[in-house]
Design a protein around this ligand. Structure first.
Ligand code: ZN
Length: 340
């Protein structure tokens, strides 16, 4: 897995417009009868349910090319039409593949998704495509031009980086957002063939538009980015993150009859991965609250929290962000974390 940009100022872009170009062959697994998951390395995990009357897909992948790839995988499994595309939240790694889907697919999402896209993603994406990425490519070209030894490992590394980014540039220029056809605030239920699908918004968590997708006949849930299985979760304050409600949502779900959880990122797992995500936040929040009560400021608290206490790999740069959002939420609310 290779990051297209290594400089830290672009970390946020990672979540808005997936920039990881990894294996070209995301595979699929059947996790329940006619219910499949594509472990998508070019965006969030994708689920699809095949019914007699058509196919329901959850999340669209991170780029148009990735969306096309997802559709071709689905077509290799079934020739039924793709009827519905459910979007778990507005982050680009879950929605930028929309243009790869058939035009007549009905998109379903939370009522705030389109507005979030306009507010947080559209201008940044345009700037990224018009300025940031071309600038990066020009820079790489200049570096390559200044190197005498065109056989050196360093040159070949730059060349590879250039080619990957050029492909990526060609791909992201085709990103086209589409307004959802069906939106809802708290619940949306529908049937297709003999399958029941239940969508639910339990309030802000990872974002202020993250929904749960329950495949009721299968006791399977696609939980979007409310679970980052075995990696550090993304917590972006301006996108409406709410750790307290995030934990509450996960804890409430523990009471439900769920066998399998499809996380936004990481491997599909049993119900316990809900608890693991919740325990991470609880343990970190209790630590932050204890240190805050001792009078430490945010920077001191970040310095005192040891990332090695957590058995997670990936998105390490989010660890201080996780602490920051907890600290800020503790400051603005009267929540006692150990009440959970
Ligand atoms: Zn996300």
């Amino acid at each position: 897995m290779k990051l297209l940009f290594t400089f830290s100022t672009l970390f946020l872009l990672n979540i808005l417009f997936i920039q990881i170009k990894a294996q070209e062959n995301p595979d699929y697994i059947e996790i329940s009868e006619n219910l499949y998951v594509i472990s998508n390395t070019n965006g969030g995990n994708v689920a699809f349910l095949v019914t007699k009357k058509g196919i329901v897909v959850v999340d669209a992948g991170g780029t148009p090319e990735n969306g096309e790839r997802i559709v071709s995988i689905i077509k290799s499994v079934s020739d039924k039409p793709i009827k519905y595309l459910i979007l778990t939240h507005f982050h680009g790694d879950h929605i930028n593949g929309i243009s790869g889907f058939p035009d007549n697919v009905k998109i379903i999402a939370h009522e705030d998704l389109a507005e979030n896209y306009m507010q947080f993603s559209r201008d940044k994406l345009n700037n990224y495509i018009s300025n940031v990425l071309p600038g990066y490519l020009v820079n790489l070209k200049l570096q390559m031009g200044s190197m005498k030894n065109k056989e050196s490992e360093e040159y070949l590394e730059l060349k590879k980086d250039y080619e990957i980014n050029q492909d990526y540039y060609d791909d992201v220029q085709n990103i086209k957002f589409r307004e959802p056809d069906i939106t809802f605030d708290d619940f949306y239920r529908f049937r297709i063939s003999d399958e029941r699908i239940m969508l639910e918004y339990t309030g802000p968590g990872h974002t202020n538009d993250n929904i749960l997708v329950k495949f009721s006949n299968h006791n399977v849930i696609h939980i979007g980015d409310l679970v980052f299985n075995k990696s550090f979760p993304y917590t972006i304050e301006e996108h409406g993150v709410d750790i307290y409600n995030w934990v509450k949502t996960l804890d409430d779900l523990k009471k439900e009859n769920i066998f399998t959880v499809i996380p936004g990122h990481g491997e599909v797992g049993p119900k316990i991965i809900l608890q693991e995500q919740s325990e991470y936040f609880k343990s970190l929040a209790q630590k932050v609250e204890r240190l805050k009560k001792q009078g430490l400021n945010l920077d001191q608290i970040i310095a005192k929290c040891d990332i090695k206490d957590y058995d997670l790999i990936g998105n390490e740069e989010q660890f201080p962000e996780n602490i920051k959002v907890i600290y800020n939420q503790l400051t603005t609310s009267k929540v006692e974390w150990w009440e959970f």
